[in-house]
Write a protein that binds this ligand. Structure first.
Ligand code: NAP
Length: 323
């Protein structure tokens, strides 16, 4: 049994815990909050063995193997470093850090300590996404020529919400754009050119558009907080395409279309729990096999996305406090 600790008791930690308690190879060992009462309530609700009122205290707990970090982006680096320094493996929410430098330091630390470290990029562990990759690897759409993916959600402005706060690492790119960029770099690799524009307001990027150029392909991404979209993604190849269902990064559906855009095949794989079980099982599988890096979510893939996001932010003049 993999003994898990959770840092942070917010929205995503609750969803993660719902999956964790149903994963047979994992044990909900402890949860830490900045507020002990919140940790206790969380532990009671999901059946965690221990509750801590400090992240640092839980990081020292010898009966924990791996810690899931569900805090805002600006806290990831410090929280993950704390866990690694205390000999704990880490599954850290996306975006895994504010920038490439932080991400490299975390990966270097994990390597030096021989610990498992993975970005919680659940999309890459989901069966429908893996099925789409398999179809592409089998040559069913031919060489990829174009990818288009959006992640635009309307959020009402709230000055206290981490999404709109630069001191929390807010903004659409790190919160939402990370998904389409991860898919594109997973399928096409490192682009030779990145061009982007953003609408900056309330200290962060409220929306952005990115064009990625490859030698024989290109890709386009929109992400933002200002409009509600259906969040589709399509991967177009020379002899067909793959069309994900709405909310592509967590969709249960992907259709294979021929060159006339007629559906040839459709994969429909609903989640067994709530979709977060696949990243949990990937951690179980890797740690059981003694791996310190997931083949599904490799470090180099996470870094490739961080580098693009750094480049975009640099061109927009968006710098987070402390960077
Ligand atoms: N994979 C996904 O589907 C998905 C979905 C949503 C979000 N996320 C990611 O998960 C992370 C957290 O997002 P969320 O929506 O769960 O955020 P949230 O609801 O605001 O929760 C974040 C938690 O982090 C802790 N925290 C530590 N420092 C904080 C600070 N300065 N301000 C606010 N909270 C702080 C708090 O827990 P305590 O008070 O208990 O310490 C808080 O409850 C982000 O990295 C986000 O990108 C992933």
């Amino acid at each position: 049994m993999l003994r898990w600790g959770i840092i942070g008791t917010g929205r995503i930690s609750r969803l993660f815990a719902e999956a964790l308690i149903k994963c047979e190879g994992s044990e909900p060992a402890a949860v830490a909050s900045r507020t002990l009462a919140k940790a206790e309530a969380f532990a009671d609700k999901y059946g965690f063995g221990k509750a801590y009122g400090s992240y640092a205290e839980m990081a020292k707990d010898k009966d924990i193997d791996i810690i899931y970090i569900g805090t805002p982006m600006s806290s990831h680096y410090g929280d993950a470093m704390l866990c690694l320094d205390n000999g704990k493996s880490v599954l850290c929410e996306k975006s895994v850090a504010l920038n490439t430098k932080q991400c490299e330091e975390l990966i270097d630390k994990a390597k030096a300590k021989g610990l498992f470290f993975m970005e919680a990029m659940w999309m890459k562990c989901r069966p429908v996404y893996l099925k789409a990759k398999q179809l592409i690897a089998e040559g069913r759409i031919g060489k990829i020529e174009y990818i288009q993916a959006d992640f635009c959600n309307f959020y009402k402005y709230d000055e206290n919400d981490r999404l709109f706060r630069a001191d929390c690492g807010g903004g659409a790119l790190l919160d939402a754009g990370v998904y389409p960029l991860t898919m594109i770099t997973d399928m096409l690799g490192v682009p030779c050119e990145v061009v982007s524009r953003a609408h900056l307001a309330h200290e962060v990027d409220m929306s952005n558009s990115i064009l990625l150029r490859y030698k024989d392909a290109y890709a386009s991404v929109d992400s933002g907080f200002e409009v509600q979209n259906r969040n589709n993604a399509v991967i177009v190849g020379e002899k067909g395409s793959i069309l994900f269902g709405d909310w592509f990064f967590c969709s249960s559906e992907a259709a294979l279309l021929d060159e006339n855009r007629e559906e040839v095949e459709k994969a429909v794989i609903p989640p067994e729990i709530n979709g977060y079980e696949y990243e949990i099982r990937e951690c179980e599988r890797c740690m059981e096999s003694g791996l310190t890096e997931s083949p599904l979510v490799p470090h180099e893939g996470t870094l490739a996305v961080m580098r693009i996001m750094d480049e975009c932010r640099r061109s927009w003049g968006l710098v987070y406090p402390g960077e």
